[in-house]
Design a protein around this ligand. Structure first.
Ligand SMILES: [Mg+2]
Length: 220
């Protein structure tokens, strides 16, 4: 069974930083359709700090690196995203505390813990048109698969996030800043869901995993 070590997770985080930084304007434009237009800048501001600090982070264990990542998100990612992403990485860090590499089952538990932490932190549930509408089906898909082929898992979870863009498009947001504009959020994609899907799709491209995007925001 394949495992993931600290160096592999670090590389994946570095790819994630590049994705977030490159999409700063696009993610803010999406947020501007129904929210306050700060999502891309909030995220990119934090991930520029993370990109710079990544090489010097404590790599003694997956959990140690993710805990530092969590603190940097909480401190430097702006808006409502900072505490949400910070909580997700903190819960994943607790599961991977002291582990130099994680098994697929542990990785699945890390995602599950992140989902529970984000739900508790933000008070959102499935269907509220937040990034949880991508993360919950991703966790379920991971539980269904055996993890013997990580490329197949990556393609499958990217498909879940991709589907979530269109499945939630016509919903009205109930949580986060977009909820304050009520009906104006209907028929616009949730930037958090697009963000998760874009990060996963870029992981596919980086690791040579074939994936054909469906939602317009991913296929652009
Ligand atoms: Mg916003």
């Amino acid at each position: 069974m394949p495992t993931l070590n600290v160096a592999q997770i670090e590389q994946t985080l570095d790819v994630t930083c590049d994705t977030v930084i490159r999409n700063e304007q696009y993610f803010s434009d999406l947020d501007g359709l129904a929210g306050d237009g700060d999502f891309g800048t909030s995220l990119a501001t934090g991930f520029k700090v993370i990109k710079a600090e990544l090489p010097g982070m404590d790599k003694s264990a997956v959990g140690a690196m993710l805990l530092k990542l969590s603190m940097l998100c909480s401190k430097h990612v702006g808006g409502s995203s900072g505490p949400i992403w910070g909580t997700g990485f903190m819960k994943a860090a607790f599961v991977s505390k002291g582990l130099e590499e994680v098994t697929y089952d542990q990785l699945t538990q890390m995602v599950g813990a992140a989902v529970e932490g984000i739900m508790a932190r933000g008070g959102a549930v499935r269907g509220d048109k937040t990034l949880l509408d991508a993360l919950i089906p991703i966790h379920e898909k991971m539980q269904e698969m055996d993890g013997s082929d990580l490329g197949a898992v990556l393609a499958a979870v990217t498909a879940e996030a991709d589907k979530a863009i269109d499945e939630t498009r016509t919903l009205v947001a109930h949580r986060g800043r977009a909820s304050q504009v009520g009906a104006r959020s209907a028929n616009t994609p949730d930037p958090g869901i697009v963000g998760v899907a874009t990060i996963l799709y870029d992981w596919c491209k980086h690791y040579g995993v074939d994936y054909k995007p469906q939602a317009a925001e991913l296929a652009r």
